[in-house]
Write a protein that binds this ligand. Structure first.
Ligand code: AMP
Ligand code: ZN
Length: 138
């Protein structure tokens, strides 16, 4: 299912550019434009659904291998020390884009691990997307 007015459907279709980390038949993973940590990646189903509650269970199951595979890729390539997985539903929960998505947020020992976009030098490093993609995809 595709919603022509949805930002993430447009990204999946390639109508809006993104920094792709991984893709399979069910899921598309790309770097978050305002990272909370270096390598912050969004994993989204190719099936359009606004929230977790709207996603058919088989579509949810379909994206789980991509979620794990992308997390593993980030862990191995970025050598992070841990990883947060975050998924928000509804504006009151902080959801800003109405296409269900999982955040993968790599965490590093000795570095800030907050729930907001990075600032300063950490932001500069985490938003050098071409360099990050080279590191992740080799
Ligand atoms: P949420 O608050 O859970 O709805 O997360 C939406 C996420 O989408 C935020 O972390 C944004 O930084 C991210 N985002 C919004 N537009 C884009 C875009 N064009 N490319 C990559 N990430 C985006
Ligand atoms: Zn969509």
């Amino acid at each position: 299912m595709h919603d022509p007015d949805c930002l993430f459907c447009k990204i999946i279709a390639g109508a809006i550019p993104s920094h792709r980390v991984f893709e399979d038949a069910h899921a598309y993973a790309f770097l978050d434009i305002a990272p909370f940590g270096k390598g912050h990646t969004l994993v989204v189903p190719k099936f359009h659904a606004a929230t977790l509650f709207d996603l058919p269970p088989e579509e949810l199951a379909g994206i789980m291998p991509a979620l794990q595979r992308t997390a593993t890729l980030l862990k191995n390539r970025l050598r992070c020390d841990g990883m947060a997985v975050m998924q928000l539903n509804g504006a009151i929960a902080g959801q800003t884009v109405g296409h269900v998505h999982f955040h993968l947020i790599p965490r590093y020992a000795g570095q800030p691990a907050g729930w907001a976009p990075l600032a300063g030098a950490a932001k500069a490093e985490a938003t050098d997307f071409p360099a990050l993609l080279r590191q992740i995809l080799g």
